[in-house]
Every structure is written in structure tokens, then in C-alpha cells.
Write a new protein. Sequence first.
Length: 181
Amino acid sequence: MNDTNKTKYLPFQAVNEFMREDYRLSILHEVFNHLDKCTAIQKQLINRLVAKGVQIAGFRNSSLAPLPIKIKNSVSLFENSSEFAATIIECWSNLHPELKKALDETLTEKGWQPLAYDLDRSLLPGFMIDWPKKDTFELLIKTLRDTHPNLLESEDNISLMAVWVGNRLPYNLYNEEEATL
């Protein structure tokens, strides 16, 4: 196979380069506070990864630590583990089904050809690196707000969901005339 035809991916933790620290912490907080709404497999994986990858003084099993301490200490795991970052974002995306559906529609209308709406994206190899230059986060946010005015989500949530549903990071910006999706 020719290397120019291969899709290039960045590991899921690369999303950290596009996230503010306070927002990353809020995502962890939201997911850990709603673990009961994640699938049993996701909950088990999150707890296993925390137990294995997070050290909290006074706890042999850090997944048993009080929630605020566990959340605060899980930031470095989110920044360094592709599997943990992907599982957290997948759980988070399922906590926002209306936003997920709206972004799926928006990106489809823009010609992105996102994967199936209900696909567990955490099972993918990572984020694709190609991003249409014309589809800035500001434009995607405006389009979503125009087409779904009753959807009350933060700009950060809309941006993260666009990245997740589109399975792309704005790493290699291109004009559509230069390449096809």
C-alpha cells in the first residue's frame, strides 16, 4: 500500500493540546459524577485504569479514593493515556445525546461523512489529523446554534463533540480544493 493513501492518526490524548485545564477537569468531574450512566464495560475500564495509573497517598486502590481527590489526580492519566482519554470522552459524549446527534447532523451536512452515530469511537486508533480549513470551531458553533437554537451547550462542549463525532483534530488544515475527505 502506498504511504500517501494511509490515514494518519494522533493518539486520543492529543486532544489535550486543544483543551484548557479547567475544561479538562470539568469533563473528568462530569464523567466521574455520572459513572452510573456509562456502560458497565466503560465503568470497569475507567476504574481499572485509575487503579493502575493513578497514585493517591493512603490508597492502595486509587479508584476507591474520595471522588474529588480521584478526579484531581486523574488529570495526568487523561493527559498521558490514549485509552483513558478515549473512554472518558466516549462516556462524556453519551451524557450529551442531543448534542451528539446535532453535531452528527451538522458534520454530515458539511460533507464530513462521520462514522455511525452510535459507534463507540474509543475503539478507533485515534483522531484523524486532516481538518477542513473552512470549518473553524467558530463556524461549527454558529451553525449548530443557528440550526438547534434550543440546544444549550457551552462552546467548549460543542467543540469537543465536533472533534469526537468527526473523529478529527485540527492538526493538518486543508482547503477542499487541495484534497478530498
